[in-house]
Design a protein around this ligand. Structure first.
Ligand code: C2E
Ligand code: CA
Ligand code: CA
Length: 711
């Protein structure tokens, strides 16, 4: 076994000794120096695997030290220590990374032996299985790699690929995979792409290598989708990412060949993501813009890799036609400890989203990082915690296991919610009704996908309560991340023969949006169906998404928090949250909105004369009557005491008010006179208002109520 050696550069002898002691205690041998020159000499003569460097020393510029080490192409693992703040330490670590150095971590002072041990141990654990051991063996030899050897390897087809999964941050479903090149040298062993890719780039071999990557990866993409049936149903979605070197950008011929390969394998360019590093794209912005735009026009998706390390201005990004930003792993890997990293990630996500780009994060090594990124709104995740780069067969196994696991999680969650086999409820029906009206379609459903069936929780225009899972359009929707549309089922090879298409209700158009549990699992879909073909605009998609959020809110409905415990109506907070969402949707459409505000005038009198429970009885009856009358898309709520409100997205209905008066009259005729309900109603109608928001609706309705009271 190789002896592991630590070299410490520090002018504080006490700290240096402390570090050396701990190092020796865990079986490493350690040397100390306080002088940069002898430090360099020791690196050469003694070949330590670890360097521990104090960045702030009197006669030395820490950044210059890093630059020098970078120029020397030092392979050892770097640990940076300093009494300076975390922020500076992390900045230094990044700068070291930018110089091509391997930064293992940072150790703030005062020296903490445990933190040091953790750093060293994490290294040997993380890498024992693949990188470190092999690297130790191969590294020195790799230094003597020749161009000829690489060229021979490329010609002999010795470069092979591993694939690393990319998943949705929210649901964990596989959304794509990145192809990464590998080279196992017959004598020199494993050679890192960090070594042979630059060598290929500098010697005009990179385009040949890139083509080989496509030659292997494209058939694998097809094979993968065949091999894992659960991927087949989402085959419109799976994206393949391939790294493209800056040098290749000049070679338009390469992209022509890539296009031809795509055609040969029946893969559309929009299933491919070309990953370019930030520095590559910004090297020559004018030329890049030109070429990148052309690639976009041909349908390729473009990702900006290692974003955040290239120091290019974020504004430059705005002008480039990227479809995805990949946050560099150094930020992700330090996100738990570094506030600065979190701020950078947050800024990147906000910027990218404002430009309509997807955000992927790489280097996710634990659940905490995944959790954090999910909360920050990141779309895609990649990293060892999700899956390591894998050989093709291993990748297929991983994919199958993951799909199975996700469906099980999903089912567990769905079964726990108690929605299956439950009766229709107004709070869901109100939303499907809104759908049929807003989109002018015949059918709208809330479908929940069970193990082998779909359970229809709410339906308009469709009488079955369940169907087989295999025929459910929504089963495909839950395999998607976003809205799934079939404009004309007869033109879709997957659906033209579907029983819902070939017989009643003869579905020609379908649009569905996945419904998620608050914990991310996809439970089913809110969907629209129609017997004639349709197109579905971005605005329609936006609207369907908003309505789906409302369905999700109903699924999260918590009687303890959201319900008025006397009447069972939703309470004020629950009402206002829903009302706000409705207004957000309908105000831009200039739809009619009406608020009815009710006051049970004699509640206090009844309670006073006949006891609280008699008063409560009156309120309970009044709330029942309200829910019997307002059964359409209205929200009905008890705000406080004897005040009730109904929000409707229709014009004011005198008819409903008359029905209500009639129902109360009937009720009153059947109870003893002293329990009779007397109420007043005030209304507010969006027609009469300049500014339509919840507060104004309350105000108008309240004013109207008091005018009626004084009548
Ligand atoms: P990259 O494009 O940024 O690829 C991601 C690298 O991060 C991969 O290293 C991957 O194994 C590693 N990685 C993924 N998840 C984690 C994680 O959770 N933690 C850590 N610490 N690392 C993670 P790999 O495969 O060694 O590739 C290194 C670089 O080599 C790539 O960086 C890419 O720039 C280049 N490269 C690899 N294959 C190709 C290729 O086919 N063409 C070109 N032009 N470049 C390639
Ligand atoms: Ca990449
Ligand atoms: Ca990267």
């Amino acid at each position: 076994m190789t002896e592991l050696k630590v070299l410490i550069l520090d002018d504080n002898n006490l700290t240096a000794r402390a570090i050396a002691n701990v190092a020796e205690f865990i079986g490493l041998s350690a040397k100390i120096t306080s002088d940069f020159q002898s430090f360099l000499e020791l690196i050469n003569d003694w070949s330590p695997q670890y360097l521990i460097i104090d960045l702030i020393m009197p006669d030395m510029d820490g950044v210059e030290v890093l630059g020098e080490l970078g120029r020397m192409q030092i392979d050892a693992q770097l640990i940076i220590t300093s009494g300076a703040g975390q922020q500076l330490l992390h900045a230094a670590a990044r700068s070291a990374g930018a110089h091509g150095l391997n930064v293992l971590g940072v150790l703030p002072k005062p020296f903490n032996p445990k933190a040091f041990r953790d750093l060293i141990n994490s290294e040997s654990i993380n890498t024992a299985d693949n990188k470190f051991g092999q690297q130790l063996r191969a590294e020195n030899q790799a230094n003597t790699l020749t161009v000829n050897e690489l060229e021979e390897a490329i010609n002999a087809g010795e470069i092979y690929l591993v694939y690393q999964p990319k998943v949705s941050c929210i649901s964990g479903t596989l959304t794509g995979l990145e192809a990464l090149a590998r080279w196992q040298h017959a004598e020199k062993g494993f050679i890192s792409p960090e070594k042979f890719i630059p060598l290929a780039e500098q010697n005009d071999l990179i385009d040949k290598l890139t083509l080989q990557v496509f030659e292997q990866a494209l058939p694998f993409l097809n094979y993968l989708q065949e091999a894992d049936p659960s991927l087949k149903i989402q085959n419109r979605g799976l994206l393949l990412s391939v790294n493209i070197s800056a040098a290749s950008l000049k070679n338009l011929d390469l992209f022509k060949q890539i296009e031809m390969l795509c055609e040969a394998h029946n893969i559309k360019p929009d299933q491919l993501i070309l990953e370019l590093t930030e520095t590559a794209a910004m090297d020559d912005p004018v030329m890049s813009l030109d070429i990148l735009t052309r690639l976009r026009l041909r349908g390729f998706r473009l990702s900006i890799d290692d974003f955040g390390t290239g120091f290019s201005s974020m504004l430059a990004l705005v002008r480039m036609p990227f479809s995805e930003v990949k946050v560099d792993k150094t930020f992700v890997m330090t996100s738990a400890d570094s506030r600065e990293s979190r701020l950078v990630i947050k800024a990147i996500i906000e910027l990218a989203h404002s430009l309509n780009m997807q955000v992927a994060a790489e280097g996710i090594e634990d659940n905490a990082a995944l959790d954090l990124l999910r909360k920050m709104g990141c779309d895609q995740a990649q990293g060892y915690f999700i899956g390591r780069p894998m050989l093709p067969e291993a990748f297929i196994d991983w994919s199958k296991n993951t799909s199975k696991h996700i469906d099980l999680q999903r089912l567990k969650r769905l079964h726990g919610l108690g929605l299956l086999d439950s009766e229709p409820e107004h709070r869901y029906d109100r939303l499907t009704k809104l759908c049929t009206r807003l989109f002018d379609v015949e059918i709208s459903l809330i479908s929940l996908i069970d193990e082998d069936r779909q359970w229809i929780k709410s339906s308009q225009g469709f009488s079955q309560r369940q169907t087989e899972r295999s025929v459910a359009f929504c089963n495909q929707t839950i395999a998607q991340e976003d809205i799934f549309v079939i404009s004309d089922t007869l033109n879709d090879k997957h659906y033209a023969e579907n029983i819902m298409v070939t017989s009643a209700p003869y579905i020609r158009f379908y649009a569905g949006c996945p419904i998620r549990a608050s914990s991310g699992e996809k439970l089913g879909a809110l969907c629209l169906k129609h017997p004639s073909p349709r197109s579905f605009s971005d605005r329609d998609k936006q609207l369907l998404k908003q309505l789906t959020e409302m369905v999700e809110e109903e699924i999260d409905y918590n009687p303890l928090l959201d319900e008025d415990n006397l009447t069972g109506l939703m309470n004020r907070e629950a009402f206002e949250r829903r009302a706000q969402k409705l207004l957000n949707i309908f105000v831009p459409y200039q739809a009619s909105i009406t608020m009815y505000y009710f006051d049970v005038n004699n509640y206090k009198r009844i309670s006073h004369a006949h006891g609280i429970s008699a008063g409560d009885e009156a309120l309970i009856h009044f709330s029942r009557i309200l829910t019997e009358i307002f059964t359409d898309t209205e929200l009905v709520s008890r705000l406080v005491d004897d005040e009730f409100v109904v929000l409707s997205v229709c014009e004011q209905s005198e008819n409903r008010l008359e029905q209500l008066a009639e129902a109360v009259k009937n009720y009153n005729a059947n109870v003893s006179p002293h329990l009779n309900i007397e109420y007043t109603v005030g209304t507010a109608s969006s027609h009469a208002m300049d500014n339509i928001d919840l507060q104004s609706l309350y105000m108008y309705a309240d004013t109207d109520l008091y005018e009626h009271k004084s009548d």
